[in-house]
Write a protein that binds this ligand. Structure first.
Ligand code: GLN
Length: 282
């Protein structure tokens, strides 16, 4: 069986199983074959008539079977790109989303280059937010916390591999922070309502539920974070939180109730109000 024959067959099966366009299914088939055979997707194109060994076919088939059962591509290959850099991911962490790059952009706008701003990332997961901020603003002092030891291990490996200086803390939200204060606090907390049918669809089924679901209305963690963040911000400090597509008004109200000034929301690439934030008075 040639490289092309394997890719054609895999593309058809992925498209049928995942309800994807042929073009997207082909991309997935290429990613799986490239990973299974330790080659680049470009190699596959240049070597389309090569005949992989039986062992190579078996390795690619094994990944394909898992993909057909719904496992996310990012977990199958153990990586996902975020803000132009490759991050290791495992089922212990949420797969970084392009939506979250909006939160990163807004955070960077609050971090003037050349200043040693102190920044905290709540529920760092893979570490994608904290590590990106540390790499984009080398003078910033970035702290990242998570309550999951397995997630922290992934985040620490990402920081080491990407050469980012981030302080990692094992902490259930602010619990282990003592009296520390920051200029900026950011986070992409769980915000899906516990009964939301999306939790039973697609990639999300394989991601850690604790990273996704937050009580009956999805606002449990956002309520906790808005209420407690002021105690860990310096005067004039800012809080930026990612949230669900329909939660901007609720999060703005929570920010206002906790003493944040002029709360506002920002729109992501799909036109959804995806991040809200406010600041304390000087
Ligand atoms: N901070 C990580 C991310 O944005 C993890 C977020 C989470 O697990 N809810 O991808």
């Amino acid at each position: 069986m040639s490289v092309t024959a394997w890719l054609d067959a895999a593309t058809a099966r992925i498209a049928a199983a995942q309800g994807l366009e042929k073009r997207e299914a082909r991309l997935e088939a290429r990613v799986l074959a490239a990973f299974a055979w330790g080659v680049t997707p470009a190699w596959l194109i240049a070597h389309d008539r090569d005949t992989p060994t039986d062992a190579q076919i078996a390795a690619a088939d094994a990944l394909l079977t898992r993909r057909l059962a719904g496992e996310p591509i990012a977990y199958l290959v153990g990586a996902r790109e975020f803000y132009g850099r490759p991050f290791e991911v495992s089922p212990a962490v949420l797969i970084p989303r392009p939506d979250t790059e909006l939160l990163v952009e807004l955070a960077l706008a609050h971090m003037p280059p050349g200043q040693a701003v102190e920044v905290l990332d709540l529920g760092t997961g893979s570490g994608c937010i904290a590590i990106t901020l540390a790499l984009e603003r080398p003078l910033a002092q970035v702290t990242a916390l998570d309550r999951s030891p397995a997630a922290l291990a992934v985040a620490r490996r990402n920081a080491a591999r990407l050469d980012a200086e981030v302080e990692f803390l094992s902490s259930d939200w602010f619990a282990a922070l003592g009296g520390r204060h920051f200029d900026l606090i950011v986070g992409n907390p769980p915000y899906i309502a516990a009964g939301d049918p999306h939790l039973n669809r697609g990639d999300i089924r394989f991601e850690p539920l604790t990273a996704l679901a937050a009580g009956r209305d999805g606002l449990d963690d956002l309520r906790r974070l808005t209420a407690t963040a002021c105690a860990h911000l310096k005067p004039g400090g800012a809080l930026l939180l990612e949230h669900g597509y329909d939660q901007a008004d609720a999060v703005q109200a929570l920010l206002r109730a906790s003493g944040f000034h002029s709360p506002r929301s920002w729109t992501d690439l799909s036109g959804v109000r995806r991040v809200s934030g406010g600041h304390l008075s000087e």
